[in-house]
Design a protein around this ligand. Sequence first.
Ligand SMILES: Nc1ncnc2c1ncn2[C@@H]1O[C@H](COP(=O)(O)OP(=O)(O)O)[C@@H](O)[C@H]1O
Ligand SMILES: [Mg+2]
Length: 333
Amino acid sequence: MAYDPKGPAIETAGLVKVFGETRAVDGVDLTVPRGTVYGVLGPNGAGKTTTVKMLATLLRPDGGEAHVFGHDVVREADAVRSRVSLTGQYASVDEDLTGTENLILLGRLLGHGKPQARSRSAQLLEAFGLTDAAGKQVKHYSGGMRRRIDIAASILSTPDLLFLDEPTTGLDPRSRNQVWDIVRAVVAQGTTVLLTTQYLDEADQLASRIAVIDKGKVIAEGTKGELKASVGAGSVHLRLREAEQRPEAERVLAHCLDAQVQLEPDPVALTARVGTDGNGEQAAEQASRVLSELARAGITVDNFALGQPSLDEVFLALTDRPAVATADEEVVA
Ligand SMILES: Nc1ncnc2c1ncn2[C@@H]1O[C@H](COP(=O)(O)OP(=O)(O)O)[C@@H](O)[C@H]1O
Ligand SMILES: [Mg+2]
């Protein structure tokens, strides 16, 4: 393939990886433009990590091709390695060293001089809100701090392409927001980011384009607007005061929204999709109409939330079946 300096950061065609009976990656075609965050969204076991590992030259593909900045990941693995950085479960941070010690050591390994390694370390710790923890051993860091030092380590020298493999899974909302800010700052410096996630709202917050993968295959790809248009704006979640009022509430919802209403295992809870044309404002309007109709019917609502679609709902819309692993509910109101 002729090298095109403006070409995509990543291009794969029919990429395959097989583990015994499992086709972990089963013919994946991806085109990741430069200078953007590209989201790969999928449940546990979808093949996200295996894809990333092949692109980062840590695993050899069993079929298909992948190029990173025009370099073949198998035949030109060294050239690929010199351009990429990886974080996630492979971080090279040493638990017994402090934040500062880790970053200085890694900086030295990258060939930075001592003063440069020191100042870069201090600068990153400051930028990542870790100055107070700089002198603590990493094993005493919280989950959010750990994730931040991992990312700091991976951008010690600004990589052209950064792989972030589920950087916020298991983090509390505040740490998650901090990681998101970091990702935005990294992209603003010109780095291309391939981000894998199980959270639609994370892909929505960060990515320009999103590929949804399931069982090793890309089942949808497009801008986030395109994806949302096919999936809907979200759901209303209701909890009633009285379980006896649920059948009546179900009738009101079905009438009001012209959508299927889901009865939750909890006998006072119901859920219904709203705004399937992807228009967020309309979703809010529909939700407020539901509330007034319920009040008019004399139904007491204890709790109400308008949620973005969960990964489960995305999968339901795209495949007519739920994702294998249940995603967290992402309530926004
Ligand atoms: N080293 C391995 N040996 C055998 N099976 C594996 C290995 N790595 C991953 N798999 C399987 O491949 C599939 C995809 O895994 P993975 O890429 O880790 O998914 P994800 O990162 O999306 O959760 C899963 O079924 C997983 O069990
Ligand atoms: Mg994974």
